[in-house]
Design a protein around this ligand. Structure first.
Ligand code: UDP
Ligand code: MG
Length: 155
């Protein structure tokens, strides 16, 4: 049968632990092997304002303050805090990248996924799960717009 999925764009961030642990190449290799196409990429120094806007739906969670520290690189000695932001495009891109990423909690993520293989929970309880991936079409559109100008994304 021929199952056609919508062409989507999804935002991926290699988080500070992913950069610190030199998982950049591995992550891109797995994303490329999915058949999706990289259409934007940029190293970003994450401001407090950008971090809070990106994770605004989680602002009432008990882990929010540490999540902002984490995404800004405060736990990885990255003085010039940064992440690698990318947009991948293709059929069913959002779900495909979520499958490659694995579940949010690295302890529950399927072995072989990026989070299942390389994520960890620190002794202070912080999830370090290597990458961010947009979770649904509404989030994906909002996040792609937040991290990239239209002219930075290949047509
Ligand atoms: N997070 C955490 N503890 C939790 C849930 C989430 O530290 O109990 C962090 C984790 O880094 C996660 C991020 O907050 O990736 C965003 O949470 P979300 O529920 O959106 O998970 P994701 O979409 O990243 O899988
Ligand atoms: Mg999410």
């Amino acid at each position: 049968y021929n199952l056609k999925m919508a062409i989507e764009q999804t935002l991926i961030l290699i988080k500070p632990d992913g950069l610190f642990r030199k998982l950049t190449g591995l992550t891109i290799d797995r994303l490329d092997a999915s058949g999706l196409e990289m259409v934007a990429a940029r190293m970003v120094s994450v401001s407090d304002a950008l971090a809070r806007e990106h994770y605004k739906s989680l602002s009432d969670k008990p882990f929010f303050a540490n999540l902002i520290k984490y995404i800004r690189g405060d736990f990885h000695g990255l003085k010039d805090s940064r992440v690698l932001a990318m947009v991948y495009r293709g059929e069913g891109a959002i779900a495909k990248v979520r499958l490659i990423a694995g579940a949010t909690n690295p302890e529950q993520a399927t072995p072989g996924t990026i989070r299942g293989s390389f994520g960890r929970i620190t002794t202070t309880g912080q999830f370090e799960n290597v990458i961010h991936a947009s979770s649904d079409p509404v989030d994906a559109e909002r996040e792609v717009k937040l991290w990239f100008k239209p002219e930075e994304i290949l047509k």
